[in-house]
Design a protein around this ligand. Structure first.
Ligand code: FE
Length: 165
């Protein structure tokens, strides 16, 4: 009888300690998810949150008029971040004078910060550039950029904010 009780208690203790380990692993997963997690909002939420001109560019995939934005000729050292979610996108070190009237970069600040997608609208074959975190439209990428990448990320100023170094 004593032996049976001992076995039951042992089984219970084992079960409890196992569930604690599982919980600890779950918490670890949650933290990791938060660090890289995508921002998903409804169009209604974005519309409320973003200024209308930013909403037009970033959620309706608009394009600002060339030479109209605040960053095409901007030369300060720092980091360009997503105007919708603050995700770090481009370093001023990768910015170059493209003459197009839009801020232009030859690479993103790190892998995964941006996403690209085929864009067949307007009778053109282009590659759209989106924020890797919130999915906001940033601009397009072309293959006529300078060394070292040969890429030209042509980005709307309205899709960017600037963090001075
Ligand atoms: Fe974003």
């Amino acid at each position: 009888m004593v032996k049976q009780w001992f076995l039951i208690i042992l089984t219970l203790a084992f079960t409890i300690s196992c569930s604690k380990v599982e919980k600890a692993i779950d918490t670890e997963k949650e933290v990791k998810m938060e660090e890289t997690d995508k921002i998903v909002k409804t169009e209604e939420e974005w519309r409320k949150e973003l200024p209308s001109e930013v909403y037009y560019i970033m959620r309706e995939k608009g394009t600002e008029r060339p030479f109209s934005g605040k960053y095409y000729a901007h030369k300060e050292k720092g980091i360009y971040v997503c105007a919708a979610c603050g995700n770090e996108l481009f370093s001023s070190d990768a910015k170059f004078e493209s003459g197009t009237g839009w801020p232009s970069f030859y690479q993103a600040i790190a892998e995964g910060k941006i996403e690209t997608k085929a864009d067949l609208t307007g009778g053109m074959v282009r590659t759209e550039v989106l924020c890797g975190r919130c999915g906001g439209h940033l601009g397009h990428v072309f293959d006529d950029g300078p060394a070292p990448t040969g890429k030209r990320f042509c980005i709307n100023s309205l899709a960017l904010d600037f963090k001075k170094e």
